[in-house]
Design a protein around this ligand. Structure first.
Ligand SMILES: [Ca+2]
Ligand SMILES: [Ca+2]
Length: 192
């Protein structure tokens, strides 16, 4: 399965992005495409014999220390002031930090990570559906006591990986009649 993203998205590297297309496979860490070196020209990141691989993707500098890397803030707003960890620029209920972590649009109130449907099924099961991004993995958690942040636990499905073309993901969980709350969490692949 291929799951790749651009390695960097800053204007100064537009030339490299357009012609070299350096990319990283989020499942394996394998790099492909080319990067540009001013004194050496194009450097291939892979060929038929070998491939450069990264074990993690560093988010890079965070000059104002708010948890939002500079590249993301400049890409979204061209400054370091518009978004903040606790802010909610588009007022959709997800903080700017949560939007960054989920790779959702911090300017679009209709775009945030959330469970969009919970449908009770026969046999004490429920179908849960949420929106996904191909750059993230997901963990579905549940609790019987929503007020206790330590009570949330994985429902037993582990990390869930959407396909490249999926925009929503569904799974079925065993569910008793007891009151239970669910939440979905985004996981950034290859995070240090
Ligand atoms: Ca920041
Ligand atoms: Ca949003």
């Amino acid at each position: 399965m291929h799951r790749q993203i651009d390695i960097l998205c800053v204007p100064i590297l537009t030339f490299e992005q357009e012609y070299g297309r350096p990319r990283v496979n989020l499942l394996t860490g394998d790099l492909s495409g080319y990067v540009w070196g001013a004194n050496v020209g194009w450097i291939s990141l892979s060929n038929s014999q070998a491939q450069v691989r990264t074990t993690h993707l560093d988010p890079g500098p965070d000059s104002d220390g708010d948890g939002l890397p500079d590249w993301w803030q400049y890409r979204e707003a061209s400054d370091l002031d518009t978004f903040s960890a606790d802010g909610d620029y588009d007022g959709d209920g997800s903080s700017d930090l949560e939007e960054y972590l989920a790779d959702t649009d911090p300017r679009d109130p209709d775009c945030r990570l959330r469970l969009v449907a919970i449908e009770r099924q026969a046999g004490n099961t429920s179908d849960l559906t949420w929106n996904v991004r191909p750059t993230r993995r997901y963990r579905l958690e549940s609790t019987a006591t929503v007020g206790d942040p330590d009570a949330w636990a994985d429902v037993g499905l582990g990390e869930l990986t959407p396909s490249e073309v999926q925009t929503i993901m569904s799974c079925q969980v065993v569910d008793s009649n007891a009151s239970k709350h669910y939440r979905i969490r985004a996981i950034m692949p290859l995070r240090p």
